[in-house]
Design a protein around this ligand. Structure first.
Ligand SMILES: [Zn+2]
Length: 281
């Protein structure tokens, strides 16, 4: 098993992580990075290790930074394993708008040869076990925690988990495309696996898995408690957000702006629950 760790210098704005598992019957790649150029770099890293063909590409979810390199692997004949729900907030204005926005993030050069390749050949909405060349990968939908199309990849023999963006080591897990309740349930599912190693969606591999899971859980629980109490005191959203540091104007996906977007999401969730609109909370 190999993990390709992205640049973490920029916090969650940096390049995401990916990984691959080499078997004697082909390679399984986990996430394809943020552009065809980055997908090609990942392929070069794989080629330094093995000349086995890439048989499968598993996508942990449908955010551009994790799948915009997928076309590189599809053109080589890899089959895609993903959750069929490709909806994310950023694509509400359509795929062309999403692509144009992303060109502004990674640059035109990096996007040369781009085409969408995140529609699954093998859709997973529950649990699926992939067996290839003597290796076993368990692919599981943990709920709509970070996004509707979340999957995590578990290597039971090695006790290694690819968590996608359920866990972010160098920032905060975003829930604007998912939900805080589903994320808490997903963290419980990660705990019950007792992983030896987790590869987060961004940032370094934590030396103690439970530290990152617990930190994520207390962040989400803390945010829920704070927002619920603001609602109980009748505070409108603006006042409830007043204790959060302001978003950095020049960095739209900075740590502070992510925390604020999560807080807005939790405010809306808690407001629904408070008003009795949502018994599932
Ligand atoms: Zn993501």
């Amino acid at each position: 098993m190999y993990a390709a760790i992205g640049d973490t210098g920029l916090g969650s704005e940096g390049r995401p992580n990916a990984g691959f598992v080499v078997t004697r019957a082909g390679v399984v790649v986990i996430d394809a990075l943020a552009s065809p150029q980055q997908g090609q770099q990942l392929l070069s890293a794989i080629r330094r290790v093995t000349s086995e063909p890439v048989a499968w590409l598993v996508l942990t979810h449908h955010h551009p930074d994790h799948h915009f390199g997928a076309i590189v692997f599809r053109r080589l004949g890899a089959k895609i394993i993903a959750h069929p729900d490709r909806r994310v907030l950023a694509s509400e204005a359509g795929e062309d708008a999403l692509t144009a926005d992303w060109v502004r993030v990674v640059g035109l050069d990096a996007m040369r040869g781009f085409a969408f390749a995140d529609t699954p050949d093998r859709p997973v909405t529950g649990v699926d076990t992939l067996r290839l060349g003597g290796r076993m990968l368990v692919i599981r939908h943990p709920g709509a925690a970070h996004s509707a199309g979340d999957l995590m990849v578990w290597l039971p023999e090695d006790r290694i988990l690819f968590a996608g963006d359920l866990l972010v080591e160098d920032g905060v897990t975003m829930i604007v495309d998912g939900s805080s309740g589903e994320l808490l349930r997903a963290l419980g599912a990660i705990d019950s696996l007792h992983p030896r190693v987790v590869v987060p969606g961004h940032g370094s591999i934590p030396s103690r898995t439970s530290d990152l899971v617990n930190r994520t859980r207390s962040y989400i629980n803390g945010l829920r408690t704070e927002i619920r109490s603001a609602l109980e005191h009748g505070l409108p959203m603006g006042r409830a957000m007043a204790s959060l540091p302001p978003a950095d104007q020049t960095r739209p996906v900075s740590f502070n702006s992510r925390r604020r977007r999560n807080a807005v999401r939790v405010y809306l969730e808690e407001e629904r629950a408070y008003m009795g609109l949502d018994s599932a909370q």
